[in-house]
Design a protein around this ligand. Sequence first.
Ligand SMILES: [Fe+2]
Length: 378
Amino acid sequence: MTTMAATGSSAAVSDRDPLELEAVDSVELWVGNALQAAHFYRTAWGFRLVAYAGPETGVRDRCSYVLEQGRLRLVLTASLREGTEIGRHVARHGDGVKDVSLRVADAAAAFSEAVRRGAVPARPPWEEHDGHGVIRRSTIAAYGETVHTFVERSGYSGPFAPGYEARRAVDDPMPPVGLLDFDHSVANVELNRMNAWVGFYEEVLGFRLLQGFSDDDISTEYSALMSKVVADGVGRIKFPINEPAPGKRRSQVEEYLDYYNGPGVQHVAVATDDIVSSVKACLARGVEFMRVPDTYYDELRSRFSDVDVDLDELQTYGILADRDDEGYLLQIFSKMNQDRPTVFFELIERHGSSGFGNGNFKALFIALEREQERRGNL
Ligand SMILES: [Fe+2]
């Protein structure tokens, strides 16, 4: 199932971009040990450290490391004390994505419009100054304990935000991974909650439904899920939303919800324009990827007989491919980025296709279930 079509939206065309969202500003993970997490994302994934906040910069209760690669910015934050919101979040969810923050022209206006449209406020607009200017932010609640912070940084020229100091990247002797930008992030929500969250993104953020497919399309012998994709008015920000569907055994979404103790971000997909080089670099750096059975490539050879890609090379590195009316895409999914079976990364190289690799879901699920079974969770 790879056909893509806008399947309608409750938002009128004139209502498509009510909050004037520009891009994903950053993805913040709350983790148990930010120093070590930063080392992992730098060493294994090739991010570079650009800014730091902690006791040395006057922040008493936490440490945050800001990493960048291409236009993607990760923030890794850990608590320094017991009894904090961050510490409680980590105890409950493990390391996970707290905030998918969205850059806007006006953080106060985006907040008031979002709240007027039904968003639950998480933190009303605030601003912070330092010698680099002013940054204005506001935060609304999303699924589970995940939030979206609206970030207005046009008046700010510092490395990240007040309280942070620039950190110069040390020379990285390993091959560059070449990740370019945020492509999409996927939410796992509870059974029967997917449509409510699709409605939230449509009604509150003015997103539109890009595509939907039923559980028939993504099921294996054992488990299934349902998924819909919402995107902002101009299609720069894409959020697929999954919910579990009944299967014979526990689905990977259920496993996620169990270990994360509720809804949250399942994976972050990052764009590259040379996925083979990116995967080679990641492998050299110690990243492990999900592997589909080799029979997948027998079937792929017939589907991709007229496309100019080196299928042997894809098979060597375990890269998946999918196509639709608009073009094709190449993608690969990492193993988990932390102990709990919750958050992982996807690398994606698009050639015209704006899909999400639906044709690969079944092969991927079988691979995921193999890992799940090894954990005794299937
Ligand atoms: Fe994805």
